[in-house]
Design a protein around this ligand. Structure first.
Ligand code: SF4
Length: 219
């Protein structure tokens, strides 16, 4: 029981510091509608948000709906998104997703995990990003930064994104799920790099098991 209380206090401290460090953390992908965010998130696989933000103005507002996007042949869409890597499979997935949106959802982006995960190119992480940022549903999308940083900080121990998400949902109050996702991403990008984390500048170092144990090699 005491251990649970101690964990809760430790988690609260870590979240409070992250909140102070990144009060304006938000989704770095540019979008104005759930459909735009869905497409941007599919494009963001193994690609930086900055690059995706350079590509999406080629698509929007011209192809602002699934119906409009389906007017493109796959080769035409590939040409428009070719700078983002994996462009052939992404173009195929985007057109497949648009077809399902039209056939099953009246051209709208669905608001449930189950329906989103059935769309080509949409896994649990992408679905969580859309639910959280487009619809305001509390969610924690576990990308490479969230996975690494939460494990270093001892917020999670598991070895798959799905299990880490479950652990984070248990440790973090639901009201903070979506914000914590952004805080952890920002921290991973700014200080807690995969290689050479900047622990000596990190206000979380007194609470960070990875730093205290010497498991990471700071810059
Ligand atoms: S102390 Fe180092 S490893 Fe721990 S969260 Fe900060 S930057 Fe990351």
């Amino acid at each position: 029981m005491r251990e649970v209380a101690a964990l809760r206090i430790e988690t609260g401290r870590i979240l409070a510091i992250l909140r102070d460090m990144y009060p304006d953390a938000h989704c770095a992908l540019d979008f104005t509608t759930p459909f735009e965010l869905l497409i941007a998130t599919i494009l963001s696989a193994q690609c930086t948000d900055e690059r995706v933000n350079m590509i999406t103005p080629r698509l929007f507002p011209r192809y602002l709906s699934p119906e409009a996007m389906l007017a493109l042949r796959q080769e035409e869409l590939e040409e428009l998104i070719r700078d983002c890597g994996l462009f052939r499979s992404k173009a195929k997935n985007i057109l497949g997703a648009c077809l399902l949106l039209v056939m099953r959802h009246g051209g709208e982006v669905p608001r449930t995990m189950a329906a989103l995960e059935k769309l080509p190119g949409v896994g649990r992480k992408t679905a969580n990003v859309v639910l959280s940022n487009a619809f305001g549903v509390p969610a924690i999308a576990v990308d490479t930064h969230v996975f690494r940083v939460s494990r270093r900080l001892g917020l999670a121990e598991s070895d798959t994104p799905e299990k880490v998400e479950r652990e984070l949902r248990r440790r973090i109050p639901k009201r903070d799920w979506s914000a914590a996702h952004h805080w952890l991403i920002h921290h991973g990008r700014r200080l807690c790099h995969a290689r050479g984390p900047e622990c000596l500048r990190c206000p979380l170092s007194p609470y960070c098991p990875a730093y205290r144990s010497g498991a990471v090699h700071p810059k």
